[in-house]
Design a binder for this molecule. Structure first.
Ligand SMILES: [Fe+2]
Length: 620
């Protein structure tokens, strides 16, 4: 027994701050006595997408959310071990020398310029830091999915591009903590294989992977066998080796090289260039290979752990199509994916790791649900703060404090074909908007997909939107067994809601837009060309305001489904503050902005108010 407990005094709270930074998607997370209090990505505050810098704003937010001073922190934990990364960079440089000089210099600048400065950055921001700890990168990913999961015991699978030496790790979690038992090491990386095709198809690495996934259903996997023959040797147990001769990333900033081009018939597609049949078929092919590897790794991880519960993290955990297949085909009893599966989530994992395994805070798994609070871990704005903001703007608005009445008005607008920006409660942590910083639309509208793509998101029209559905009615629309609260799974639209047979891509792929505009189901705006949908099931607990809007829309229309896309334009991080939301509203064709209790209609806004925000973001 501790001395303070003997004296009858309460045990002091233990606060642990987790930090992920200097690579991409910097973030901070704060854990109090094993409970996640706050988490946010730096990009939301700095307004620079995938901001890799030291997350000063996010750290300040986390400490402010808990009303604590830095001196009250028990520990600060960084999600990565730079020494091991330095070891990899040096050994990689030796293995490719004399090539790769520029790549080596760039890596050293990052490592010795930034990562070596975490102590300095922390000192500058917080003053004296109690103690700075490091966790291995994949241990942070593993902790980010196992500890918040609802399982007492579970298999753990983490897959990403690379963290230190590791690109994939398998292990298990239990009351004794986490043990990682196997790993696949750099340069053999499923994440880097997928990123190589992302690059080759003309999308941005570490950002455009989800576009490649969205492109895949248009294509035929006609290159899949070529990928297996020439690029990746897949073993029966899911382990694999890349043919590194065909990739550029070992010795250059480019992901592929001339050998890769020779295999796939020419140079990479230029960014913003025309998408051709080759790209859609390459997307379908690498997607198929990825799913094959993930399914094999899942089987191996669950077998070795002796558990039918699986928890997953790492950037590849955001591949919703692979996840959907895991759910349908792997015979799991339970499946939990960390919604911030990429490196941002490492901040949560690092903090939980130290909290449970070093500070010995007991973990209490709750079979009824995970401990992520719907991933609504970011800042909220009180109605009074919103009032102050709107009043300062001096623009017309309606104050509708009655939640039921507000939901009715919003649902009515949606049913009328209007597009709504919903800003409510705490901001989501992770890449998906889940109803707190969301743009909503009616999925039944035939032209809604192209309207929202072109006039709201300013992006390519080939990608589908995601549906949010009342959880208890999800099976009426989608072939899904169980819940998908974090929009991390795709599921087919049920046959009874479909309208026509599957369309392939015939001839040139110039007609992607024509294909995607074809009405395939009762909810065409969220139905992809292969009838899949990236589903978010919305239960009664996590987000009451969003749930009320869905219920009201269902009551008015008989449809329990809405389009839910993130509240931002292309290249912009998801909005964080009322000001961000108003700027996005005024620079797009969003018809109605809901800022907590305040409703702002576009038609009522004065012309000059557009000056409030000219959005300029680089293309993603
Ligand atoms: Fe990672």
């Amino acid at each position: 027994m501790r001395s303070d407990e003997r004296a009858g005094e309460p045990r002091p709270d233990s606060f642990v701050l987790g930090i992920s930074a200097y690579y991409h998607d910097s973030a901070a997370a704060l854990v109090r006595n094993g409970e996640i209090i706050a988490a946010a990505q730096e990009e939301r505050f700095s307004r620079k997408k995938h901001d890799p810098r030291f997350p000063a704003h996010a750290i300040n937010y986390c400490l402010g959310e808990a009303f604590i001073d830095p001196a009250e922190l028990s520990a600060v934990v960084f999600y990565d071990h730079p020494i091991h990364t330095i070891d990899r960079v040096f050994k990689n440089a030796l293995s490719v020398a004399p090539s790769g000089r520029d790549q080596f210099v760039a890596a050293c600048e990052t490592l010795f310029g930034n990562k070596a400065e975490i102590q300095t950055d922390l000192m500058n921001l917080l003053g004296e830091v109690p103690r700075l700890l490091l966790t291995p990168h994949h241990m942070a990913h593993a902790a980010s999915c196992f500890y918040p999961s609802p399982f007492e015991r579970a298999a753990i699978l983490t897959i990403d591009g690379v963290g230190e030496w590791s690109t994939c790790s398998l292990g298990f979690g239990s009351e004794d903590g986490i043990e990682l038992i196997e790993e696949i090491r750099y340069p053999h990386s499923l994440g880097l294989l997928y990123s190589a095709f992302t690059y080759f198809c003309g999308f941005k690495v570490n950002s455009g992977e989800y576009k490649l996934m969205g492109l895949a259903p248009y294509g035929e996997p006609k290159y899949a066998q070529l990928i297996r023959d020439e690029l990746v040797d897949i073993k029966a147990d899911g382990s694999f080796r890349l043919n590194t001769q065909a990739f550029g990333f070992l010795e250059s900033p480019l992901m592929t090289n001339y050998r890769f081009e020779a295999i796939f018939g020419g140079p990479p597609r230029q960014s913003e260039g025309r998408i051709t049949r080759r790209e859609v078929d390459l997307a379908a092919s690498v997607q198929q290979v990825t799913e094959e590897i993930v399914l094999k790794l899942v089987a191996r991880a669950t077998n070795e752990a002796g558990s039918r519960n699986l928890t997953m993290a790492g950037g590849v955990g955001l591949n919703c199509v692979a996840n959907g297949r895991v759910l349908r085909e792997s015979g799991l009893e339970g499946f939990f994916i960390q919604p911030a599966a990429g490196d941002a989530g490492g901040a949560i994992g690092a903090a939980l790791m130290v909290s449970h395994e070093m500070l010995r805070v007991p973990r209490r798994a709750n079979a009824a649900g995970d401990s992520l609070k719907g991933s609504l871990l970011g800042p909220a704005y009180a109605p009074s703060e919103v009032d102050d903001f709107v009043d300062r703007l001096e623009v017309p608005s309606e104050d509708v404090p009655c939640a039921a009445e507000r939901a009715k008005v919003i649902a009515g607008a949606l049913a009328d074909g209007k597009i709504v920006g919903l800003f409510s409660g705490r901001m989501e942590f992770g890449p998906r908007a889940l109803g707190s910083r969301s743009i909503l639309g009616d999925p039944r509208c035939r032209d809604m997909q192209s309207r929202m793509n072109l006039k709201i998101k300013y992006r390519e029209g080939f990608r589908p939107f995601a549906p949010a559905v009342l959880a208890e009615l999800a099976a009426d629309y989608f072939e899904i067994d169980g819940e998908s609260p974090y929009m991390l799974l795709t599921a087919p639209v049920v046959a009874s809601r479909r309208l026509s047979a599957r369309d392939g891509v015939e001839g040139d792929a110039d007609d992607l837009l024509a294909i995607v505009r074809k009405v395939r189901s009762e909810i065409p705006a969220v139905t992809h060309v292969d009838y899949s949908a990236r589903v978010q099931t919305v239960g009664a607990e996590a987000n009451p305001e969003f749930r009320r809007v869905l219920e009201a829309f269902y009551a008015q229309t008989g449809c329990p489904v809405l389009i839910n896309t993130s509240f931002n334009v292309r290249g912009e991080p998801i909005v964080c503050s009322p000001r961000d939301a108003y700027r996005c509203f005024m620079n797009t064709d969003i018809d109605l902005l809901v800022l907590e209790d305040r409703l702002l209609w576009k038609v009522a806004q004065p012309e000059g108010a557009k000056e409030e925000g000219v959005l300029e973001y680089e293309l993603d």
